[in-house]
Design a protein around this ligand. Structure first.
Ligand code: SF4
Length: 565
């Protein structure tokens, strides 16, 4: 397999590889990034913020920084900092997250860049292009995130703008993937190829993605905001952990609406605050999802808390208002009533398979398959990115589908080519199968790259797998999620075993990295928030403690289907 990407596909490299960017910079003075008064859509935000001030509460720092200068009016300064290879001060570090750039010192004295990949699907040439960018401008690797997205790390300040230009030249974006914005849009990983799906989520996830990017009023929310579309496929999307969850359901005749498939609307998911999205009783025609999501977000913009960031998510507005009042406000924005149906109008949703993100599975298209590739808690070297891109192009339909389980699928592989594709995947040091333990192993960035982390999550996850795999004979899927701090990027509350980073005191003055441990979480039809059972487990002890918990579970369960708690 040689790399056969065309010159056209590699044109994105020209901006930096030929030194054009540097030459432009050397020509000198670009205009200073002044703080122009907001107008148009930004006025909406300031109106909301002014009300908060009028209420006598103190705006949080991030709101002040937004008011001082809108991040999208400071691009000139971002470029100047790149020319100076300078680290940003806190206000700009916050602002640059609007562009998808996170300066992560002291964990690493460099930027992390988080992309946007709608529905988690990218083309082989885009993945190959990202591999090149990772080699030239970042650390030579990428991570698949729990929002079916990619992050690149170890980006020197001088390379940050070049990287953004490279990403956009590939037809991808990083804009709005950080700070108080609507994050990457997740959708069913097997959209359009899943034999049991009710809705192909791709067009709706993409429409919402482009709507966000092109509607400036939808940037600068009170806090971050997550939206997911689940089409009813085999692989869980974890949509009920999102602020807005669109869940495909079949609506029966006799409930005042035309029978058929709709999205059921659930709101307010934020599992780090121990809440799943709750069913509103509203159903939405798929083609109206963007319009409804837009109205929901605009109500949040007007009423979200801009003083206390711990209470600034949608959940807290819903808790204060109740669904009825919130949905009335949404209807005011829409200028029409939403459709409400009783819970019994919806048929039970198709069952999910906790292992369908790995291995070979038949598609709805006769003779074609998707192959789920296992990654070590999302880690991909640039060589693996390039190799997988080539496999997708040569053996599949050219798409790579990231999942919320920190792995990816190669789709559209004909029956006759499955064996060759699988062998090619293995030559990259990857596998298409995994033990029940590794199949459900999820970890956030942790202390190796995130300044909020109290522990090394990915490294501990690997240590747990290496220790437990030869000692514990699991015969059913077990999810173990490791998250470095209360932000819960790895969603420790919804896993069978969830570890959250903690500093563990070893003397009056010293502490070591460690974890508190929860058990009994779940998602989808088994949604549950885990219960803390152990505190202050030292990181080095975690593998043996998890082994003991798994052995105890195996010894006392009544069947493999029994939940962990
Ligand atoms: Fe960083 Fe905390 Fe998120 Fe982990 S959970 S990546 S430590 S912010």
């Amino acid at each position: 397999m040689g790399s056969e990407f065309s010159v056209d596909q590699k044109r994105y490299l020209e901006g930096f590889a030929t030194g054009v960017t540097a030459a432009r910079a050397a020509r000198g003075s670009l205009p200073a990034g002044g703080a122009a008064p907001p107008s148009g859509p930004d006025a909406i935000h300031l109106a909301a913020q002014d009300r908060v001030t009028a209420a006598g509460k103190k705006l949080n720092d991030q709101e002040k920084w937004k008011r001082e200068q809108h991040p999208f009016e400071a691009y000139v300064r971002l470029k100047q900092q790149a020319r100076d290879n300078a680290a940003p001060k806190p206000p700009d570090n916050f602002r640059w997250r609007y562009y998808g750039l996170f300066y992560v010192a002291p964990a690493q004295t460099s930027y992390m860049c988080r992309l946007r990949i709608p529905n988690g699907i990218l083309s082989s040439w885009q993945m190959a292009g990202l591999a090149d960018l990772a080699d030239i401008l970042a650390g030579g690797y990428a991570h698949v995130t729990t929002r079916a997205n990619l992050q690149m790390r170890e980006i020197a300040p001088k390379d940050a703008v070049k990287l953004l230009q490279g990403i956009e030249s590939l037809g991808l974006w990083a804009r709005g993937s950080g700070a108080d914005n609507i994050r990457n849009v997740t959708g069913s990983a097997t959209a359009g190829i899943d034999p049991q799906e009710l809705i192909d989520t791709r067009p709706y996830a993409r429409d919402w993605h482009f709507h966000i990017l092109n509607e400036r009023a939808l940037f600068g929310l009170p806090r971050k905001f997550n939206v997911a579309f689940d089409g009813g496929g085999l692989i869980p999307t974890l949509e009920d952990t999102n602020d807005i969850a669109f869940q495909a359901v079949q609506i029966a005749d006799g409930h005042g609406v035309a029978p058929g498939v709709y999205f059921r609307l659930a709101l307010g998911g934020i599992t780090g605050h121990r809440d799943f999205a709750r069913d509103t009783g509203v159903i939405v025609a798929a083609e109206e999802a963007t319009e409804v999501a837009d109205a929901i977000v605009r109500v949040f913009i007007e009423h979200g808390d801009r003083t206390d960031r711990n209470k600034a998510r949608l959940k807290y507005v819903l808790d204060a208002f109740g669904f009825d009042k919130y949905l009335e406000l949404v209807e005011d924005k829409l200028g029409r009533k939403l459709i409400r149906v009783p819970a019994e109008a919806a048929a039970p949703r198709p069952a999910q398979d906790r292992t369908a993100h790995l291995g070979v599975h038949r598609q709805q298209q006769a003779g074609l398959n998707w192959i789920g590739v296992r990654l070590a808690t999302g880690h991909l070297t640039s060589a693996q990115m390039r190799g997988l891109a080539e496999i997708a192009r040569s053996f599949g339909d050219g798409d790579l589908r990231l999942t919320v389980w920190q792995n990816l699928l190669i789709s559209g592989v004909p029956d006759a080519r499955v064996a060759d594709a699988s062998a090619a995947i293995e030559t990259l040091g990857l596998a298409i199968t995994a033990s029940p333990l590794r199949a459900g192993l999820v970890a956030c960035t942790g202390a190796s790259g995130c300044r909020f982390a109290a522990a090394h999550t990915k490294e501990t996850a690997e240590a747990i797998a290496q220790h437990c795999e030869p000692r514990v004979a699991l015969d059913s899927p077990i999810n173990i999620h490791l998250t470095g701090c209360h932000n819960s990027c790895a969603q420790h509350f919804i896993s069978d075993i969830g570890l959250i980073g903690a500093k563990v005191a070893i003397s009056d003055e010293d502490s070591v990295e460690g974890f508190h441990i929860h058990v009994g979480g779940g998602f989808g039809s088994e949604a549950a928030i885990g219960t803390e059972v152990l505190r202050d487990v030292k990181q080095d002890d975690a593998p043996r403690v998890i082994e003991h918990m798994l052995q105890t579970y195996l010894a006392h369960r009544t069947s493999p289907a029994e939940s962990f708690l």
